[in-house]
Design a protein around this ligand. Structure first.
Ligand code: NAD
Length: 269
């Protein structure tokens, strides 16, 4: 997939750590110029070090401070990127977080915060990307599509998750937002899909794999027998953003080692 994305501009939200950082590096290695988005001044150094790794591997890009849940900041990010690079070809809607609580104790603030970043943030970024894709249209020397959006969902778009109702609701919401806009904009040659990671080793789920006992318990949920790494998602994102997946529209690609295969039923039921 080397050079699959040469000449294209990609915005990756929440790219200063974890899956976003992995996807940013993978897209850059495939030739894209990558905008490494991060949310607050405190994440700037981490974003700069992702960009430094991209550059030292021969790639190019920039960093961009923007809280994806804030409309004016999202509009400014897209305006700045378009002013600097002329357009945007790929949006990786990756920024996401958890604020877990038993449902009876969940505060409205915890609910709104998770929905605000995970779902409203994806809406705001997708809307700006689509406005630019509609303005530019298809340029065959760039890609067969007018633009590509990849929504970072989760296996929890289909697997219920007790104690995480806000997170699961945000991911279920992403599923139908993604499919609805994929249907709406396919005639304009805009391809919109999701990646649903299973358990990937990142800061978001550190406690689920940072001791051998925790990892062994997690592996009971993963038929393929290993916890995922960010490179697993990076490779999937490069393919979904490239013309190699040109006929893939409005689908969720589960990258989960079989977590959605109901492993509990392999010996029961
Ligand atoms: P992470 O915590 O390393 O990454 C989340 C990123 O989002 C961070 O870089 C954070 O700074 C950024 N972010 C948070 N709020 C933001 C905001 N308002 N604006 C912009 N950026 C913001 O965790 P991760 O595992 O890499 O998560 C990335 C995505 O993958 C999330 O959407 C998450 O739900 C999803 N996911 C992760 C896993 C997993 O196992 N790690 C599984 C399924 C889905």
């Amino acid at each position: 997939m080397e050079n699959a994305l040469t000449g294209q501009i990609a915005i990756v939200t929440g790219a200063s750590s974890g899956i976003g950082a992995g996807v940013a590096k993978a897209l850059a290695a495939a030739g894209a110029t990558v905008v490494v988005n991060h949310p607050v001044p405190a994440t700037r150094d981490a974003a700069e070090s992702v960009l430094a790794e991209i550059r030292s591997a021969g790639g190019s890009g920039t960093t961009c401070l923007c809280d994806v849940s804030k409309e004016p900041e999202v509009q400014k990010m897209f305006a700045d990127v378009i002013a600097q690079y002329g357009t945007v070809d790929i949006l990786i809607n990756n920024a996401g977080l958890q604020r877990d609580a038993p449902f009876q104790d969940m505060t409205l603030e915890q609910w709104n915060y998770v929905l605000g970043v995970n779902l409203t943030g994806q809406f705001l970024c997708a809307r700006e990307a689509i406005r630019e894709f509609l303005r530019r249209g298809v340029v065959p020397s760039r890609s067969k599509a007018a633009g590509k959006i990849i929504c970072m969902s989760s296996v929890h778009e289909v697997i219920p998750w007790a104690g995480h109702a806000n997170y699961a609701a945000s991911k279920g919401g992403i599923m139908l937002m993604m499919k609805s806009i994929a249907q709406e904009f396919a005639p304009k040659k805009i391809r919109i899909n999701s990646i649903a990671p299973g358990a990937i080793k990142t800061p978001i789920n550190h406690s689920a794999w940072d001791t051998p006992a925790a990892e062994a318990k997690l592996l009971e949920l993963i038929p393929y027998g290993r916890v995922g790494v960010v490179e697993d998602i990076g490779k999937a994102a490069v393919w979904l953003a490239s013309d190699d997946s040109d006929y893939v529209v409005g689908t969720t690609l589960f990258v989960d080692g079989g977590m959605t295969l109901y492993p509990g039923f392999s010996t029961n039921g």
